[in-house]
Design a protein around this ligand. Structure first.
Ligand code: AMP
Length: 366
């Protein structure tokens, strides 16, 4: 199979690394150079809205997928006239606009934070009056890793938040007093077969994912099936093919959806070493029309992001059960340059190994 991937970052790199054993070949569309996918396939250097480049990119491909969710929907639709594109561009459209995303979740009966569209300074006052404070003001588009958002605790913070974010369309969300952040990774095949990974517990630092633990501790079967039900509703609505990630807040014994990623996701990286089939392989199996693989965890797993710089290899590889995954990126403060997966036979051993790796990652720059 010749697989085209829109985007050439670390997710594209890890897709290729998972696809080579299955005999797949890869072509990427990526404007930046150097890129993490360099040397892992042909790289077409062009912007996502260059239609002539998209045509050249699509020539001879069996399927196109994305590793980047801000690919213009029009570009995905243009490609879909030439070659199968998975997941459906409609899921991309849902994920690109926080307002539409929340409306669509609610339309499917998936609970979200209360929200109000904000398009003027007066509108922000009205939204604050309706939702109360604290609340989170977010850009509707292009927000990621905690960028493009401001927490409002008191009314006098509105002016500063408006000055920072008010030049683009916004949404105000009621603050969810969650007990923890979880995510569900799911995959749906061309034939409609759906598989779900165990819920993952995520810890963020400064809005960026820091660690994931999988399976998340203290998950009841009811909580797992609530998450699966929400993911299934989204996938069936879009005729979805591939891996989807939904970030969730746990409130009491229930879940509230925060965000959807129509692609493989950072909180699923543990599956490379800690699940029978990784999210990357399952995404490729799905988009290529192959049978899906087992999503069960094969031990107690965790992932630690390496932010800024990479610790000495020996510091990581000396920890039992640790696997290092680097993205070929140069160091820069806060940049995701790699991650470490840990797989251990018991939760206690996982806790111990996790603290060693977190410490090494912090010393290196995280
Ligand atoms: P996001 O960019 O929407 O993923 O938000 C980044 C982080 O901000 C989340 O992982 C949460 O920790 C926090 N956050 C976002 N929205 C809310 C909310 N409505 N209530 C409470 N915390 C939030």
């Amino acid at each position: 199979m010749n697989v085209g991937v829109l985007g050439g970052g670390q997710l594209g790199r890890m897709l290729a690394l998972a696809g080579y054993p299955l005999g797949m070949k890869f072509r990427f569309l990526e404007g930046k150079s150097p890129a993490p996918v360099d040397h892992l396939g042909a790289v077409v250097r062009a912007s996502y809205d260059d239609m002539a480049a998209l045509d050249a990119f699509a020539d001879g491909l069996d399927v196109v997928t994305y590793e980047f969710e801000n690919v213009p929907v029009d570009s995905a639709l243009h490609l879909a006239e030439r070659v199968p594109v998975h997941p459906a561009p409609s899921a991309l459209a849902m994920a690109q606009d926080r307002l539409k995303e929340k409306q669509d979740f609610q339309g499917l009966g998936v609970p979200t934070a209360p929200f109000v569209e904000v398009s003027s300074r007066e509108g922000l006052e009205e939204a604050m009056a309706r939702l109360g404070l604290p609340a989170v003001l977010k850009t509707r588009r292009l927000g990621y890793d905690g960028k493009g958002q401001a927490l409002l605790r008191t009314p006098d913070q509105a002016d500063g938040a408006w000055a920072e974010l008010g030049s683009v369309p916004l949404i105000l969300e009621g603050f969810i007093d969650f007990t923890r952040e979880l995510s569900i990774l799911a995959v749906r095949g061309v034939d409609g077969d759906c598989r779900f990974y165990p819920l993952v517990e995520n810890v963020h630092r400064g809005g960026i994912l820091w660690t994931s633990v999988a399976p998340a501790p203290d998950v009841t079967p009811a909580l797992q099936s609530e998450a699966e039900d929400y993911a299934r509703r989204v996938m069936e609505e879009h005729g979805y093919v591939g891996v989807v990630a939904i970030e969730l807040f746990q409130v009491g014994d229930h879940l509230v959806a925060n965000e959807l990623a129509p692609r493989v996701h950072n909180s699923g990286h543990w599956t490379q070493d800690g699940a029978v089939t990784s999210q990357f392989e399952n995404h490729l199996r799905a988009v290529c029309g192959l049978p899906l693989g087992d999503t069960a965890a094969s031990g107690y797993a965790a992932m630690v992001n390496l932010l800024g710089d990479v610790p000495a290899h020996a510091e990581i590889l000396g920890v039992p059960g640790a696997h290092l995954h680097l993205y070929g990126k140069s160091p820069r403060p806060g940049r995701k340059v790699g991650h470490v997966n840990l797989v251990e036979p018991t939760r206690d051993e996982l806790r111990e190994a996790l603290s060693l790796v977190e410490e090494a990652a912090r010393r290196a720059g995280s």
